[in-house]
Ligand binder design. Structure first.
Ligand SMILES: Nc1ncnc2c1ncn2[C@@H]1O[C@H](COP(=O)(O)OP(=O)(O)OP(=O)(O)O)[C@@H](O)[C@H]1O
Ligand SMILES: [Mg+2]
Length: 403
C-alpha cells in the first residue's frame, strides 16, 4: 500500500471508489467526498509561484502553460495534503460555473486526466446542483461569489441558458470600497496612545485584513435605512438615521484601528448602487425573468436561491429580496413584469458551499457512472464536451435525439 493512501487504503476512511468533489472558486476551493454533508477542506485558491515562492491566486496566469502548472500544484495539494487520497483511478465531480472560461475547463481536464490519471470527470453546473440540496427542480439561482455575481434560471431541471446574467459585484467589490472608506475615515491609535488617520500610516490595506474586517464587522443595512442615508446625501436638511456603533480592530499587532459605524454600513452599499448601465443585483434578477418564457416567470420568482460566500454577509439576503420587490414595483418593471410575489429558499448548508454540497449529492448517485467523461474517451479525442462548443451541439445531434 503506497504511503500516500493513508488510512484510506485499508478501507477505514475513504474506500477506493469514493468520488472526490471539487468546487474551485476564484477565492476559495471546496474539496471533499461524495455523499458527505460538507467539504473536508475549504482552502484559498492560491499556489506558490515557482519563481518567487510567494503565494499567488490560482487563476492569475499569463498563458495556458502557466495555468497548467498552477493547477498541477494546486490539485497535488488538494489530494495529497488535504484529502489524503490518491487521484489515480478515482472518479471526480467538478462543480463548475457555466460561465467559466473554456481554457480553464480544458486545462483542468488535461491535468486531471493526463497528469493525475483520474478515472472519470463529471463537470456539473454549480447553479443547477445548488437546487439538488433543496430537492427542487425549478429556481432562479444567484451566486454571489468573490469576483462576480452570476445568475442562472433553471426550469424543471433545464438551465435557461439565454437568460443568464452576470455583474462584477462580489466580495472583492465590497473589499475595494471598504479599503477606500477606511483610508478616508478610519483612525489608528498607536501604542503610545496617539491617534493618526489610517491613510497617513499605510497607503494600501493588505487583502488579508480587508477580508477579515469585512467578514467580522461589516453588514448590509435595510432598504429603508439606506434610502434615508441616500436622501441625506443629496438634501442635508433631512435628518440621517443614527450611525451604528464603531468597533476597534487590532491591526498588525501595534495599532488599534477604530472603524466608524458608517464604514461598516456603507462598504456593502456598492453592490446596490446602479452602475453606468443602471444595473444592480435587483435588475439582474428582473432582467433574467424577462428573458425567460412568460409562463415560467411566476414559478421562478417564487423560487429564488441565493448562494456564494458574499450572501453570508449579515442582512444581505433580506436586502436583495427587498430591492427586488421594490424594483419590480417600480415604473420600469411593473407593466412589463407583473409578478405578485418573490420568495427565497434557505439551502441546508452554509452559503459558500451549497454548490459543493449539490455536487456531493449528485456524486453519490448513479449519475457519476452514467454521465461522467471517461479517461479513455478523453485520451482518444483530447477534448471535453462543452455546451458552448458547436461541434457538440450540431443540428444532427439534436435531430437524432428527438427522432
Ligand atoms: N460571513 C461572510 N460575510 C461576508 N463575506 C463573506 C462571508 N463568508 C465569506 N465571505 C466572502 O465570500 C467570498 C468567497 O465566497 P465563495 O467561496 O462563494 O467565492 P468563490 O467561489 O471563491 O468565488 P467565485 O464564485 O466568484 O469564483 C469571499 O469574498 C469572502 O470574503
Ligand atoms: Mg463560487
Amino acid at each position: 500500500m503506497p504511503l500516500f493512501e493513508g488510512l484510506g487504503g485499508i478501507g477505514l476512511i475513504n474506500e477506493k471508489n469514493t468520488t472526490v468533489v471539487l468546487d474551485i472558486g476564484t477565492a476559495y476551493t471546496k474539496a471533499g467526498f461524495a455523499g458527505e454533508y460538507g467539504p473536508r477542506i475549504i482552502t484559498r485558491s492560491e499556489v506558490k509561484c515557482r519563481e518567487t515562492g510567494k503565494n499567488i491566486p490560482l487563476f492569475q496566469y499569463k498563458n495556458e502553460n502557466e495555468l497548467r502548472h498552477h493547477l498541477v500544484d494546486f490539485i497535488h495539494k488538494l489530494y495529497f495534503r488535504c484529502l489524503l487520497v490518491n487521484p489515480k483511478d478515482r472518479r471526480v465531480v467538478v462543480v463548475e460555473n457555466l460561465l467559466c472560461p473554456t481554457v480553464v475547463r480544458n486545462t483542468l481536464a488535461k491535468v486531471l486526466f493526463r497528469h493525475y490519471e483520474v478515472l472519470s470527470v463529471l463537470f456539473v453546473p454549480s447553479h443547477l446542483v445548488a437546487l439538488m440540496t433543496l430537492g427542487i427542480t425549478t429556481g432562479l439561482v444567484l451566486d454571489l461569489g468573490h469576483k462576480e455575481a452570476t445568475l442562472m434560471p433553471i426550469y424543471e431541471g433545464v438551465v435557461v441558458f439565454h437568460a443568464w446574467q452576470a455583474l462584477p459585484f462580489g466580495g472583492s467589490l465590497i473589499e475595494k470600497s471598504l479599503s477606500e472608506l477606511l483610508l478616508d475615515r478610519a483612525v489608528a491609535t498607536t501604542e503610545d496612545g496617539t491617534e493618526h488617520r489610517l491613510s497617513s500610516i499605510m497607503q494600501d490595506i493588505p487583502n488579508r485584513y480587508l477580508e477579515d474586517i469585512k467578514v467580522r464587522t461589516c453588514f448590509v443595512s435595510t432598504l429603508e435605512r439606506s434610502s434615508c442615508l441616500q436622501n441625506n446625501k443629496y438634501d442635508r436638511s433631512i435628518e440621517p438615521p443614527p450611525p451604528p456603533p464603531s468597533v476597534h480592530y487590532p491591526l498588525e499587532g501595534h495599532h488599534i484601528l477604530t472603524i466608524p459605524g458608517t464604514v461598516r454600513e456603507l462598504a456593502a452599499e456598492s453592490l446596490f448602487e446602479r452602475d453606468q448601465d443602471a444595473l444592480t443585483l435587483a435588475t439582474l434578477v428582473l432582467n433574467a425573468l424577462l428573458k425567460c418564457p412568460i409562463d415560467t416567470r411566476h414559478k421562478l420568482a417564487e423560487n429564488l436561491v441565493i448562494i456564494g460566500g458574499t450572501a453570508s454577509m449579515k442582512g444581505m439576503k433580506h436586502r436583495i429580496l427587498a430591492e427586488v420587490r421594490a424594483a419590480a414595483a417600480s415604473e420600469q418593471y411593473c407593466q412589463i413584469l407583473p409578478i405578485p410575489s418573490f420568495m427565497l429558499h434557505h439551502p441546508p448548508a452554509k452559503d459558500n458551499y451549497v454548490s459543493w454540497l449539490g455536487g456531493a449529492i449528485l456524486g453519490a448517485t448513479e449519475a457519476v457512472m452514467l454521465r461522467s467523461y471517461h479517461r479513455d474517451q478523453y485520451l482518444a479525442s483530447d477534448v471535453v464536451p462543452d455546451w458552448c462548443n458547436l461541434s457538440f451541439n450540431t443540428c444532427e445531434d439534436r435531430d437524432e435525439k428527438f427522432a
